[in-house]
Design a protein around this ligand. Structure first.
Ligand SMILES: [Zn+2]
Length: 221
């Protein structure tokens, strides 16, 4: 056990707290000014929270258990979050379809505000994870960093939807943007899923242990 595990734990703990604050604020704004671009982003922030909490727990375990393999747990939490994202997608796409055909206005300013807050949150989380130290990044840190950069772009989509409301006085494009963002999140989930599978295969062949999670149950040959 070293300082690196301590540092990773404290970084992901801070990141998950920032993300949770953004999530609560998004939920509040959603209540005040319901729109589908923001709904899609909020569901996504929720799935991020699961990954961050999972990473946090794994890093915490690693601080007092020397040879523990936390990668397995982190990967499982990530898969759960991807599945949640996929499960929410048909609902949001359906709602977006409805909105495209019967657009609904929503207050623009609160949504502009929350899009900016979520951008600032993402930049902040990126800086924190990046601060763990370049040479010490594991592949999940790298994946998380890339992920957070993508999140900034998705917050931009929410900003766009709200700006259209402010400038053109119409919620007509909220459905389109909500649908595109949801499809992109789903697609990115699929890319991450593939990436996880590839890494798992590589690790398993490197370890030459067929079932890493069931081999320390105490039975001897
Ligand atoms: Zn994200």
């Amino acid at each position: 056990m070293g300082n690196l595990e301590q540092e990773r734990f404290s970084c992901y703990r801070t990141a998950s707290i920032i993300n949770l604050i953004v999530l609560v604020l998004q939920g509040t704004i959603l209540y005040i000014a319901f729109n589908l671009s923001l709904l899609s982003d909020t569901v996504h922030t929720f799935s991020d929270e699961i990954v961050l909490i999972g990473t946090c727990f794994a890093a915490y375990q690693a601080t007092f258990q020397l040879a523990i393999n936390t990668t397995f747990m982190q990967e499982r939490m990530t898969r759960i979050s991807i599945i949640l994202l996929w499960l929410s997608a048909p609902f949001i796409i359906w709602e977006s379809w409805e909105r495209i055909h019967s657009p609904v206005q929503f207050p623009g300013w609160p949504v502009v505000g929350i899009a900016l807050v979520s951008m600032i949150g993402s930049v902040w989380i990126h800086r924190i994870i990046d601060g763990i130290g370049e040479e010490n990044h594991n592949h999940l840190d790298h994946a998380n960093l890339l992920h957070v950069l993508g999140d900034i772009i998705f917050a931009g989509a929410v900003l766009l939807s709200a700006s259209i409301v402010l400038v053109f006085k119409t919620g007509a494009y909220d459905g389109h943007i909500g649908m595109i963002v949801t499809l992109l999140f789903s697609w990115r989930g699929w890319m991450l899923w593939r990436d996880l599978t590839a890494h798992q295969k590589k690790r398993l062949s490197a370890n030459k242990v067929p079932h890493e999670h069931s081999h320390d149950c105490g039975h001897h040959h």
